[in-house]
Write a protein that binds this ligand. Structure first.
Ligand SMILES: C[S@@+](CC[C@H](N)C(=O)[O-])C[C@H]1O[C@@H](n2cnc3c(N)ncnc32)[C@H](O)[C@@H]1O
Length: 356
């Protein structure tokens, strides 16, 4: 039976940093490593890998998951999304694009199962994308700042003190938003606020200031070192852009799988949370998005799109059936329940629209 040592022990034995050991484990560069909880363990007789830092496209290790909670996150729909993938990933399909990446639940899940030669993500939330880019290029510094924030937060004695700390950091984030100089600090604050605010929401007011209230969490996990390290590894081969979704047209081709998860069309005027950034995503935007979907299809890309199903509240509302006539429209169970009284209470459906 294999005997294991911890990442700390391996780091001492090989005279490298513990974080470097985690990266080597994440890159599958040490045979037979395993995870115990969220810690790597390494076979006692494993040899120190040679230092080939150049990263090639590799699968992300199992367990890599979003670094933020995000409205509309696809964590609950992963199985359905995987079941609906096209054939040919890894053979005819060598590129992956996600133009409304948000928290990236599907991105990370996909990267743990398939190897792509090129991967592209974008979102028009600049601060979210700054955090992705920082984790890609300056993960260690970001982790250090986040660990300091976590230590300070945990040291505070009661919720009132934590609340004051939260609002101080929120204010600091809003000041930094105007600056291009402090990308790493901003990224660490972005993650800190996501973990400590109300419900992991990201909402800004009319002048673009983040305004989500305190979440009253006593000891949330603010700095998950192992996952952030895995994320950084997974992002090495990824093109990351802060821009409008149309930009994906410059990346996609007939070898590309594109997953589109836009802000959902609200089921009724008041039910929708669609304000991720200053801009709303209205019906006209949904129509323009369908035009791009068709353009991608004409290029030969494989495209899968998620949206809400208007039939949940109005059987005669065929907005998406009409917009995507001619494509495959699958109605899938979502995890949410319809929020209404009496007999119509039930599992809500969502749409998955495929061009294959
Ligand atoms: C439904 S969320 C995506 C959720 C994501 N799939 C997840 O698992 O977390 C929609 C995302 O689209 C972004 N977005 C909204 N309008 C956009 C636009 N015009 N171009 C690019 N991204 C946009 C929002 O910032 C938000 O992150």
């Amino acid at each position: 039976m294999l005997q294991y040592i911890t990442a700390k022990e391996a780091a001492e034995k090989w005279n490298i940093s513990q974080r470097r050991v985690s990266i080597l484990c994440a890159e599958n560069r040490i045979p037979d490593v395993a995870m115990l909880g969220n810690m790597w363990i390494i076979p006692r007789d494993a040899e120190k890998p040679t230092d080939a830092r150049k990263l090639k496209p590799t699968k992300a290790p199992k367990g890599t998951h979003p670094f933020v909670k995000w409205a509309g996150g696809k964590g609950q729909l992963l199985d359905v999304l995987h079941q609906n993938l096209p054939d040919g990933i890894g053979t005819t399909i060598t590129k992956y694009a996600e133009p409304f990446v948000g928290g990236g639940a599907f991105l990370f899940s996909l990267l743990t199962q398939y190897t792509f030669e090129e991967v592209y993500i974008c979102d028009n939330n600049k601060e979210l994308i700054n955090t992705y880019s920082t984790l890609k290029t300056n993960c260690e510094e970001c982790i250090d700042l986040l660990q300091q924030l976590q230590t300070e937060y945990y040291t505070l004695e009661n919720l009132e003190q934590k609340q004051n700390f939260y609002y101080e950091k929120r204010e600091r984030f809003n000041v930094l938003m105007l600056s291009e100089e402090t990308k790493i600090e901003k990224a660490s604050l972005f993650i800190f606020l996501n973990k400590t605010c109300f419900n992991g929401l990201y909402r800004v007011n009319k002048s673009g200031k983040f305004n989500v209230p305190f979440g009253k969490h006593e000891t949330p996990t603010i700095c998950d070192v192992d996952n952030l390290t895995l994320i950084s590894h997974a992002l090495q081969n990824v093109v990351i852009r802060a821009c409008d979704y149309h930009d994906v047209l410059s990346f996609a081709d007939e070898h590309t799988l594109v997953y589109i998860d836009p802000p959902y069309r609200p089921l009724n005027a008041t039910s929708g949370f669609t304000s991720y950034t200053e801009d709303q995503f209205n019906d006209q935007n949904q129509i323009e998005l369908a035009d791009m979907y068709k353009e991608l299809s004409t290029m030969g890309a494989k495209v899968m799109l998620s949206n809400s199903d208007p039939h949940n509240v109005d059987e005669n509302d065929n907005f998406f059936d009409d917009l995507y006539a001619g494509f495959t429209i699958v109605r899938v169970d979502a995890s949410r329940m319809i929020n209404s009284k009496g007999s119509s209470r039930g599992k809500i459906k969502e749409l998955l629209i495929k061009n294959y």
